[in-house]
Design a binder for this molecule. Structure first.
Ligand code: ZN
Length: 656
């Protein structure tokens, strides 16, 4: 266990206890072997003067919803220590009441809710308290004779606490067990199946104690010669399984999900273990993971439908066994899946949620493999896990970030994404919550978007092999395809038919018509497995109202429109909607430089401003307007519309 303490850096916080707390909390948070996403918590006790000039002891404890890796001073909730200590003396306290009373004892009403472990932090009589869910310690405690193993590692100066629910119950147990101890003889609390608490008057020593406790567990594993999962082999992506699975799991969850298959070294090795179905079914690494990953992953050892049916049945039985007083059964969708001898698939409503599931699942697989070498993985009972999963305070955490964007979990592909309409469409889609595969021939595409919701590829759509490779990679990256926006195109130099070089004609037809046709063809199989799938083709005003000198462009766009109409006919029975947008005079794109604009305006005897808004409504059309319309056409407002052509031109007299 790496000790990340930097004494020189720490010196700048000498006079600021809260800054010290922020620093060492981040050190814990940066080590995934100690805490994962939102896990663990820390506190510091500070004496402050209140508005009446009286001294008060305040516990600054990690606020709910903050992550230790990135926590700031504002992430700590200040709670009056005296009140927390009095709460610890209650015989009973419901969790909802505990949260309410803790909130009323805060000195800053706008601070986040204090951690559910606030009372436990309060009763530990040291200034700094650090709490982690260290993999090594929890792995050893999650074995058949975990308690004896933990006892043999930490013979003195460590107090071992049996598993109880976090929150008031745990605080109460620790309060009772430590009433008569001399705290100076104890360096840490080990919570079975849960984690470690360390504490000290000095931030550095509390952190060092944590590192040391975890190091002892790691040394123990090393002395027993416990092996890690092998990483030298990698499996094959099973893309059609992934896409089919993502759709079915989304349906059960009642919400579009993104999904990713992991066939990398250690996951691949885990998926090949002969007793996979048994070890994967026993439960999570720590109980708080259950709200992220459920009790167990889906085991895809049969057809998708049958496997999901078995998973749902098992979940219903688990709920029926344990539920009390009018609890609602949560959705029965797995949060991750194991495919024997292939790898794992992780699901999420958002990129962040999928990343959390990924990290937890990967740590869990490594822990299970090690525990199996120590007599067998033994997670908590179904009862304990159920109580945690249906604990009102845990469910509250999930509800908090439930507000979802309209296209959350949807997967879109946009061509010509590096500039103009394509770029604006990618931005509008990601704002609406979708994830995007962004394709462009321009290498700038690799730096156009910084959002984790966008996966970019440099791609020449006229090169069929390169195009299909990008498509497969993109679909594998997000787990499917729901929306296709065929936007990429070229506007060739004007030329009358009589004078037109063949190269201009051929290029326009290739880029504006044949390349989109091939992409549409390759996308269909994925769109058929998509969620409310839809296609938008970007046509042109030139289709209904052509002009002289642009035959190469207009003919290609007219044929593209016809392609869209036939696609609407052919794909409708598969539930895929296909609509066509005809924008006009979108002047904030790369084609329309200032000099082109000036010369075109002059040609009509207009100022640039008048030229730009030369339409019935006298408005100018921007790329963003087009992007918003594309998003609308992909979304539910168009759920019963297909084969339609929509002008976006401010009203053109020739089109009307
Ligand atoms: Zn904990």
């Amino acid at each position: 266990m790496k000790n990340r303490w930097n004494a020189a850096l720490f010196e700048q916080f000498t006079d600021d206890l809260l800054a010290q707390r922020v620093y060492s909390s981040q050190l814990l948070g940066q080590e995934p072997q100690l805490v994962l996403h939102g896990g663990g918590n820390t506190s510091v006790k500070i004496t402050e003067e209140n508005a009446f000039g009286e001294k008060e002891d305040i516990l600054y404890v990690k606020g709910s919803g903050w992550d230790l890796a990135t926590i700031q001073a504002a992430g700590f909730a200040p709670v009056k220590l005296e009140i927390l200590l009095r709460l610890a003396q209650f015989q009973h306290l419901s969790d909802a009441e505990m949260v309410r009373l803790q909130r009323t004892a805060m000195t800053q009403p706008d601070a986040p809710n204090p951690s559910v472990e606030a009372i436990l932090h309060a009763i530990i009589p040291f200034r700094f308290v650090d709490h982690s869910h260290a993999d090594a310690v929890v792995t050893i405690s999650n074995t058949a004779n975990g308690l004896e193993r933990i006892q043999s590692i930490y013979q003195e100066r460590v107090l071992i606490i049996p598993y109880v629910m976090p929150g008031f119950e745990l605080a109460k147990l620790v309060y009772e067990q430590t009433k008569n101890i001399d705290w100076d003889t104890v360096d840490a609390l080990i919570l079975m199946n849960h984690g470690v608490f360390t504490f000290h008057q000095q931030a550095a020593q509390s952190y060092n104690n944590m590192i040391q406790i975890v190091q002892q567990a790691e040394d123990y594993l090393e002395n027993l010669n416990i092996k890690e999962l092998a990483t030298h082999q990698t499996g094959q992506q099973a893309i059609h399984t992934l896409v089919g699975l993502r759709k079915k799991v989304s349906q059960i969850r009642g919400q579009a999900l993104i999904a990713r298959m992991d066939c990398q070294g250690s996951t691949f090795s885990f998926s090949k273990l002969p007793n996979l179905s048994s070890i994967a079914n026993r439960g999570p690494l720590t109980p708080d993971h259950i709200i992220r990953t459920k009790r167990n992953p889906l085991l895809l050892d049969q057809a998708i439908d049958e496997a999901l049916e078995a998973y749902s049945k098992d979940y219903q039985a688990y709920f029926d066994e344990h539920h009390l007083k009018g609890l609602q059964c949560l959705d029965k969708a797995p949060r991750w899946a194991l495919i024997p001898s292939k790898g794992a698939v992780y699901f999420g409503r958002t990129v962040q949620e999928m990343q959390i599931v990924t990290a937890i699942a990967q740590h869990t697989m490594r822990a299970i493999y090690k525990a199996e070498q120590m007599g067998g993985w033994t997670a908590l009972s179904r009862r304990d896990l159920f109580n945690m999963e249906y604990w009102e305070l845990e469910q509250l955490k999930l509800k908090k970030n439930k507000e979802s964007a309209p296209m959350q979990g949807k997967i879109a592909l946009v061509t010509g994404a590096a500039s103009g309409i394509g770029k604006a469409t990618v931005i509008a889609l990601s704002k609406a919550g979708a994830v995007v595969i962004a394709l462009d021939i321009n290498p700038d595409i690799m730096h156009t978007f910084s959002s984790p919701q966008v996966k970019s590829y440099i791609c020449d759509l006229c090169d069929e092999k390169a195009m299909t490779a990008c498509l497969l990679e993109g679909v594998a990256h997000w787990g499917g395809l729901d929306y296709l926006v065929l936007n990429a195109g070229v506007f060739p130099p004007s030329s009358k038919i009589q004078d037109m070089p063949l190269s201009i004609w051929d290029k326009s037809l290739e880029v504006n018509l044949s390349a989109p046709q091939r992409l549409l063809q390759h996308c269909q199989t994925f769109l058929e497995q998509g969620i409310e799938p839809a296609v938008v083709l970007v046509g042109s005003k030139n289709v209904p109202a052509p002009g002289q000198g642009v035959a190469a462009y207009s003919v290609a766009k007219a044929a593209l429109t016809q392609l869209g109409r036939i696609a609407a006919l052919e794909m409708g029975e598969k539930g895929i909607r296909v609509n066509i947008l005809h924008p006009n005079a979108v002047y904030d794109t790369a084609i329309w430089t200032q000099s082109v604009l000036e010369s075109r305006a002059k040609h009509y005897g207009l100022s640039v401003a008048d030229y730009k808004s030369n339409n019935v409504l006298n408005v100018s059309i921007t790329s963003e307007d087009v992007a918003q319309t594309i998003v609308t056409m992909l979304g539910p407002a168009f759920s019963k519309i297909t084969g339609a052509q929509l002008p976006l031109d401010g009203g053109n007299t020739r089109v009307i």
